[in-house]
Design a protein around this ligand. Structure first.
Ligand code: ADP
Ligand code: ASP
Ligand code: MG
Length: 404
């Protein structure tokens, strides 16, 4: 007998037919004598729809109330799936985040899971019930409902798997594994039999939404193997684990992130301390800065450009504009018509020349590069949004044309 955690995403529970399909998958595993904890996301586009409803009523609604609203999406799926399982004659109980013991920080909309107190889940499993948990949510120290960030149900599932030392953690979604690029956008994308935590973490952070990046971080920390697979095909998926079995693959994948904007501070005096002041100002507001580019000083001034998440652009500009005069900069400009395209691969560490090949691919399709950032296992470029798809295609063709 094993403890198995299964997570089903929004498309997998989008209507009655799909919920019944999930109930079949879950009960089949239970019938084999396993303990099963199921984590569900909100149905289809429910989270987006609820966000829109909030906007209609009050665009400046408090984050606390938004969380109360959004958490309802997962509550609905958990109850409906439990009803489907009940109908099949199996013992089942649905639990909301707080009932399942999810204690989080108070950062509404992007709370961190501090701890999962799994006593209740364990008690229910001891009663031989299938436990269905509403993903994406928890409760803070004041007893208020929190949500843990878009795409966060993956992280809810991994948190349970880590806390309860599950034997298997399966992430069921609408594609049958992790591919070398988004298979819905790049027809030539290839399914990976396995991928390392580090590479998956980079891909997820750089825009491959197939897994919530924090779920990969947590899986790595607690050494939980994940399987990403389809709730429809029944085929084996992709295993995310410490080391990929695909040896020495130079490049593992290409990702694109549209949720990004560029800010440039023009004509900053060329003297020590300014980068510190600018970025600490942003950090104090919890605004993450990504690619940073600083020009060589000329005539006593320099320009500093960097990227932030698109939804933090306004807040960042507000912060910067109020300080512009103090810093002596001549202006702040921004552009949210940009996209970040990245290649990821552990193999590039020991292979010079990947950057040149990537840039050649972009040149061959006439894509202009605005900014570049590299680390040991990734290279990212910022390009015009209109060039984004073409850039991914070009890079994917370059590195994967002869794969298979
Ligand atoms: P779920 O609702 O099940 O959580 P998501 O929509 O969050 O599903 O994630 C699955 C989607 O991720 C796929 O439909 C696919 O379009 C997208 N995706 C992006 N990059 C990749 C990739 N490299 N491999 C697989 N899927 C990817
Ligand atoms: N329903 C939430 C979202 O759409 C969480 C998730 O799907 O993982 O972001
Ligand atoms: Mg998801």
């Amino acid at each position: 007998m094993a403890l198995i955690v299964q997570k089903f995403g929004g498309t997998s529970v989008k209507d009655a037919e799909r919920i019944n399909n999930v109930a079949n998958i879950v009960t089949a595993v239970y019938r084999e004598g396993n303990d099963v904890v199921v984590v569900v996301s909100a149905q289809g586009d429910t989270t987006d729809d609820l966000t829109e409803k909030a906007q209609e009523i009050n665009p400046k609604a408090s984050k606390r109330e938004v969380d109360v609203l959004l958490s309802a999406g997962e509550q609905i799926s958990a109850a409906l799936l439990s009803m489907a399982i009940e109908k099949m004659g199996y013992p089942v109980v649905s639990l909301l985040g707080w009932q399942a013991g999810f204690e989080t920080t108070s950062d509404h909309g992007n709370a961190r899971i501090k701890r999962v107190n799994a006593d209740r889940i364990r008690k229910e499993l001891d009663q031989h019930r299938i436990v269905v948990v509403a993903g994406f949510q928890g409760v803070n120290r004041y007893g208020d409902i929190t949500t843990i960030g878009r795409g966060g149900s993956d992280t809810s599932a991994v948190a349970i798997a880590a806390t309860m030392h599950a034997d298997l953690c399966q992430i069921y979604t609408d594609v049958d594994g992790v591919y070398t690029a988004d298979p819905r956008k790049i027809p030539g994308a290839v399914k990976l039999p396995s991928i390392s935590y580090d590479e998956m973490l980079e891909l997820a952070t750089l825009g491959a939404q197939v897994l919530h990046n924090r779920s990969v971080e947590m899986a790595k920390k607690y050494n939980i193997e994940l399987e990403v697979l389809s709730s429809l095909t029944g085929e084996r998926g992709t295993i995310v684990k410490e080391t990929s079995s695909v040896e020495k693959m130079l490049i593992t994948g290409v990702a694109k992130d549209d949720n990004i904007a560029r800010i440039s501070i023009i004509g900053v005096p060329d003297k020590p301390g300014l980068a510190f002041k600018i970025f600490s100002k942003l950090a104090s507001k919890g605004i993450n800065v990504d690619i940073i580019l600083q020009s060589i000083g000329r005539n006593g001034t320099k320009d500093i450009s960097f990227t932030v998440e698109k939804n933090k652009l306004e807040e960042a500009l507000e912060q910067l504009q109020s300080y512009e005069e103090t810093w002596g900069a001549s202006g702040v400009v921004s552009d949210d018509n940009v996209t970040k395209v990245s290649v990821v691969g552990a193999g590039m560490e020991s292979h010079p020349g990947v950057a040149a090949e990537m840039f050649e691919a972009l040149y061959s399709r006439n894509v202009n590069i605005q900014m570049i950032a590299t680390s040991e296992i990734k290279i990212s470029v910022l390009v015009n949004k209109a060039d984004g798809e073409r850039a991914v295609e070009a890079i994917h063709d370059k590195f994967f044309a002869n794969y298979n």
